[in-house]
Every structure is written in structure tokens, then in C-alpha cells.
Design a protein around this ligand. Structure first.
Ligand SMILES: [Zn+2]
Length: 449
């Protein structure tokens, strides 16, 4: 059975926009993309649906999320000036105050927010990876769940790795055609070098994708370059021995060998030209999270320099954003980059940002053979975005309208692998009302005391 979606514009992303275009879908795959009349002639028996003044485009790829933390949206505002306190409050709340079901509900609510905003694929770093994998499967999203690994004390590395590997191997039995498993050693300051080496060897052997926070805060750079600062003080308090490598976080990850696994490096705020070159040489990827970077006061990443790297956008957790809206993330990335690097304005275009929000993100996650563009043979991951709002009209150029005038709230249809998971203002796969009530309950619990 073939279904044809048509609209005023079809934006394939890897090809120029098509006026009055259509996309034909059979099962989980796209079978044709082109002018509406041509596609209809090719599939005369197909059912058709026209979205009128809208753009059909590939689903958005959110390269870095922590869906399990969705219940902490707005919970950590008082700690924002102190990243150490922020991390500590978040970690304690997650470990001590949220049940396994709370975390699954939190992740599912985050997945609902994502599909409502046109996200069809996520790269999610999770402590409760089993809950997140289940939440993605419930809602119908595509993605990679990266099991988080922590362990800054080198003396514990072996023991921690045995435990984490067992967790990972159990998780891998739950993989689905849409959701696969990866590993996320959390950050250079929370995972010891020996543990990083064990993780890297395993992921290379098993061909597992890797995601890691890197070069985010000034404290992290201080720990690496000079062995001092809040993280160093914390190590000393905990009796953890640390000899600073006296290099940047990216050069440290190159030295320890992590970059051999071509990880998706999240944030990369504090990177110089040599770091960018190193990332390129290793074919590592970057998840750019401009709103989270700005909201936590970590600074701005040199986005215009990421253009020569494989890169996509990430919302990060909504505890530091506070929304999962990739169109907003893309416009923020462009506006901040233009403000900081006006000489690069000609390269910092709506077309380029739309690529990063879709095909670029898919490349960053290693999923570009499946998703990220509208083209025959790819998975049918597509969205419809209305373009006739008061904030959008008139539309001269759909790419500009999508990036500079639209947001996730303009999305009216989200399809993953041919399955409509959001339409008519509702997630189609889960009971939103039940989740809404549960998330409010969890919020009230976190608020208490
Ligand atoms: Zn993160």
C-alpha cells in the first residue's frame, strides 16, 4: 500500500526544495520524492494527503538528549551559576528520589515532546538506559541509547567496567530495528583513563557507537590543563589521584585513545584550531548544543568552525535548555554564530542549519544510510511543518521560513519508519493524559522538601 504526502513545498535537504512536491511511502520506506504531478502519475492507486501551505521535510535529528531528565525541566535553575552544585543536585535527585517507573515516564514524556516538535531520531545519553530504550520504543522514535558510564577513580576501573559491560550486554538484547545501543563514558572528568581505555577497546571490538561530553566547562579545562579547580578539589576530597596531562580535553581524549572510536563529542565549547583539526583527523563528530551552553553560562562553541566537521544539533536535557525544539536550536546556533563570527555569515545559512538539524545529525549518529533526508530508499522519517502562521507569512524561501520563522510548535505530522506517531495535535502511540498526570506527580515529589 502506497501513501503519498504532498504539500506546497517538499524540502529533501540533500536536494533543492521542490514547489508543489510529494513524497511516496511504502511500508517503512520512501519510494519516490518529486513534483506532486509526477509522483501521483507514478503511483496512481496510492492514497494521498495534501498538507497545503506546509513543508514536508525529513524528521529532525536531536543528537544529544537526556530524556530521563525531562521531569527536571526547571528544577535546577537556582544552581545554574555553580555547575558542580548543578551536577550534584541532578545526580542525587536521579539516583535517590526518582523510581525506575518515574524515570521511564520522564523519558516517555521527553519522547512525546520530541515527536510533537518533529524530532524523529535521538542520540540519548542515559543512566537508566533500559527505561529510555523502552520509552523510545513505546513512543515510536528512532535513536541510539548510549548507556552512561561513570568512574573517575582509576583504582576502581576494572570493577566498574565489569559492571558496566554486564549492564550493556543485557541492554543490547533489548535493541529493536529502530533503537540501538551505544556507550557514553560521561566526561573526561568523571571517567578515569584506564576505564576510558577499556570502554574504547570494547566499543571498537563490538562496533558500538560512542558519545561523550567534552570541553564543556571552564572547570574541566582547568582540571586537564593545570590540575586545579573545583573538579580537582573534589578529586582530592575523595582521595582520587590525578596528574594533569597539561593539554586540552580534546588532546587528552586523543592521548587516551578515545578518539579512535570516532565518538560523538558533545559541547566542544573550549576548543582551539588544533582541537578542531584533531577532531577532523580522527573523524570524530560534534553535537552542538547552543541553548544549553548559553543557559548554563558555559559560553559559546565556535560553531562556524564545526562546519568542516560531521556535526548535528542537540538540545541536551531540558534541565538545561528548557525545551527539546530542534528548529529553535538551529536558529539559535545560526544567530549566535553570526553574532560571534560575522565574517562567516555567508556560510552560516538556513540551508546549512537545516542540513545540520537533519542529515548532518544523522551522519553524526552514524545513521545517515537510514535517515536524515527525503530520498527514495531511505526510511520514511518525515514531518510536515505548517508555514501559514502570522509569524511565517509571506514565505519567499521555505528554508529561511523553517529556520528563522518556525519552531517545533508548527509541526503537524511526525512519521517514523512510515508510522504516523504524531498528528492532529496528539501523540498517536501513547496515552498522553496518563503521562501528563504522572509527570506532574513526579514534579510535585521533586518540589517537596
Ligand atoms: Zn548532556
Amino acid at each position: 500500500m502506497t501513501k503519498i504526502y504532498s504539500a506546497r513545498w517538499v524540502v529533501p535537504v540533500t536536494a533543492p526544495p521542490i514547489a508543489d512536491g510529494a513524497v511516496a511511502v511504502e511500508g517503512a520506506r520512501i519510494v519516490a520524492v518529486g513534483p506532486r504531478a509526477d509522483v501521483r502519475a507514478q503511483f496512481p492507486d496510492a492514497t494521498t494527503e495534501d498538507f497545503g501551505a506546509a513543508a514536508l521535510m525529513p524528521g529532525l535529528v536531536n543528537c544529544h538528549t537526556h530524556l530521563e531528565l525531562t521531569a527536571m525541566r526547571g528544577f535546577l535553575e537556582a544552581e545554574e551559576g555553580n555547575f558542580f552544585a548543578w551536577l550534584r543536585k541532578l545526580t542525587l535527585a536521579r539516583m535517590l528520589r526518582l523510581t525506575a517507573d518515574d524515570l521511564r515516564v520522564s523519558a516517555a514524556w521527553g519522547a512525546v515532546e520530541a515527536v510533537r516538535a518533529g524530532v524523529t531520531c535521538v542520540g540519548d545519553a542515559a543512566s537508566s538506559a533500559d527505561a529510555c530504550l523502552a520509552a523510545l520504543a513505546d513512543v515510536g522514535l528512532r535513536g541510539t541509547i548510549y548507556q552512561e558510564v561513570f568512574g573517575p577513580d582509576a583504582r576502581m576501573a576494572q570493577e566498574q567496567w565489569i559492571q558496566s559491560r554486564a549492564q550493556l550486554e543485557a541492554l543490547r538484547t533489548d535493541e529493536t530495528p529502530l533503537v540501538r545501543v551505544g556507550v557514553s563514558p560521561h566526561a573526561p572528568y568523571t571517567v578515569s583513563a584506564p576505564l576510558l581505555e577499556m570502554i574504547t577497546a570494547y566499543t571498537l571490538d563490538q562496533r558500538l557507537p560512542v558519545m561523550m561530553h567534552a570541553a564543556e566547562s571552564e572547570m574541566e579545562t582547568l582540571l586537564m590543563r593545570a590540575g586545579c579547580g573545583v573538579f580537582a578539589d573534589d578529586y582530592a576530597r575523595r582521595g582520587i589521584e590525578w596528574r594533569a596531562p597539561c593539554v586540552s580535553p580534546i588532546q587528552y581524549l586523543a592521548q587516551v585513545g578515545v578518539l579512535r572510536a570516532r565518538p560523538l563529542l558533545v559541547h566542544c565549547i573550549r576548543v582551539d584550531d588544533a582541537d578542531i583539526e584533531t577532531i577532523k583527523i580522527f573523524d570524530a563528530r560534534v553535537a552542538h548544543c547552543p541553548k544549553s551552553n548559553a543557559k548554563l553560562g558555559h559560553g559559546h562553541a565556535p560553531y562556524h568552525k564545526f562546519l568542516k566537521l560531521k556535526h548535528g544539533f542537540g538540545s541536551d536535557s531540558v534541565a538545561s535548555n528548557n525545551t527539546c525544539d530542534l528548529l529553535a536550536e538551529a536558529s539559535t546556533a545560526l544567530l549566535m554564530a553570526r553574532a560571534h563570527a560575522p565574517d562567516a555569515l555567508a556560510e552560516l545559512t538556513a540551508q546549512q542549519a537545516l542540513f545540520a538539524a537533519t542529515a548532518g545529525g544523522a551522519q553524526a549518529l552514524g545513521l545517515d544510510a537510514q535517515t536524515g533526508a527525503l530520498a527514495a530508499g531511505l526510511q520514511a522519517d518525515l514531518i510536515a511543518v505548517r508555514l501559514d502562521g502570522a509569524h511565517q507569512l509571506p514565505v519567499y524561501d521555505p528554508l529561511s521560513a523553517l529556520i528563522f520563522a518556525s519552531s517545533g510548535r508548527d509541526v503537524v505530522l511526525t512519521v517514523v519508519a512510515g508510522r504516523e506517531i504524531y498528528r492532529d495535535g496528539r501523540a498517536q502511540t501513547v496515552d498522553e493524559e496518563r503521562l501528563r498526570a504522572r509527570v506532574q506527580e513526579i514534579g510535585a515529589k521533586l518540589m517537596a522538601n
